[in-house]
Design a protein around this ligand. Sequence first.
Ligand SMILES: Cc1ncc(COP(=O)(O)O)c(CN[C@@H]2CONC2=O)c1O
Length: 502
Amino acid sequence: TSYIQLNQRSTIRFASTKHGKVLTTETMHPLVKSVEYAVRGALPIRAEALSQQLKKDPSKLNFDKVVFCNIGNPQQLNQKPITFFRQVASLCENPELLKTENRALVSKLYPADAIARAQVLLKNIGSVGAYSHSKGITHIRENVAKFIERRDGYAADPENIFLTQGASEGVQKVIQLLTQNQQSGIMIPIPQYPLYSATLSLVDAAPVPYYLNESQAWGLGREELQKSVDEARKKGVDVRALVIINPGNPTGQCLSEENIKEIIQFCHEERIVLLADEVYQTNIYQPERRPFHSFKKVLKSMGPEYQEQELFSFHSTSKGMIGECGRRGGYFECVNIDPAIMEQLYKISSISLCPNVHGQIMVDLMTNPPVEGDESYPQYKAEVDAIFQSLGRRATKLAQCFNGLEGVTCNDAEGAMYLFPQITLPNKAIEAAKKEGMTPDSFYAMGMLEATGVCVIPGSGFGQEPGTFHFRSTFLPEENLFDKFCGSLEDFHKSFMNKYRD
Ligand SMILES: Cc1ncc(COP(=O)(O)O)c(CN[C@@H]2CONC2=O)c1O
């Protein structure tokens, strides 16, 4: 709850009765009570229950495993970690292995460049068990700055970089700072990744929706942004920031350099802070959408009048080809941010002392992996390329599967890890959903889970054009199981549509 304004004078009074719990859903913080986060909502909760049931009594279920397609969690679906990263991490975890007396034995198991990397890291970290600097270990922030400079071709200052517990923590800190009162408005895409709507509700700020255009491959035009900000400001909302997720989640679209320029111009003219969520920057499968254009790079390439534009850029170790979600590694870079705000960011970062050191080590490895000529480079490159190509094949295959279903249309995933198909449901299904007190897409998704064990998230959890229904699925199930996975979805869809045919 540290992200909720605890200084808010609460009108809540703990129940004065002598019996029963003091803390109840009636006496708890109302903003916590009302917040929703669909990626781990009703569907995954039911999926977990089915997963437990499978262990105890599989006979009663129509499937032999639950496939968690609700969350971009590659290693949960058996994606292998990058060998070099785990070699370095394990050496940092157990410095005894680096002692000279163990060198002969350890060198049989670990390549010299992994040993050398662990030594450098530990020289700059001390122990992975110690608190670090609240912004993150300076050496690692320096390496992140070098990564950004190599990627963009423009200088980056390690002092403008905060390492975080995944990108989530960075997003929450920045949105908390941006929110002054209930009129503070933050523009978010619809459909959006619900970290944003959930964080806004926890800080009692105003979400200002702008719609991505499904018929234009989830494109975003300036006119939509202008319409959104004008409508909000007319209602008295103090619109102060714009969230862009690029590549998109749940929609997978990748912005062109031209489009990014247009968005920066919009923010500059409307005096809006830019939050660029770029956690999927290496997950770009469509060649015409590569290379990745960061908002930092495009901003720096624009004229002097734009060089005061305020920008926060977010990155994470949870995505890409590494999928080290559980380590909670991430960072954000602050561009043109008021130095007094930088101090405030440092202050709230110090409240939680520091991001976990293993997550910081993973950020160092993600942003500075083995390079050509390093002993581990051939294996590193082979592992990353294999994962990248497999993700691309699975994205295409699942989109083809969805587009082959009656009443379903699905844009290709240009990037990221998800597909967001639109489903046209028969009225009988919509009626049946209403009887169950469920949204139609939740009713469909729950039917899919109960029939196939596949857990997806209804589109209502991300927001969608009124009157349309979607669901979001990852394309992460293992490639060797993919045909069976797609087949089970096709079978379920056919039976569902036949059952509820008007
Ligand atoms: C766009 C976006 N931003 C930030 C995050 C937060 O990531 P970390 O905190 O792990 O760095 C996610 C995670 N993706 C969620 C988690 O898995 N599926 C999702 O939609 C994300 O998709």
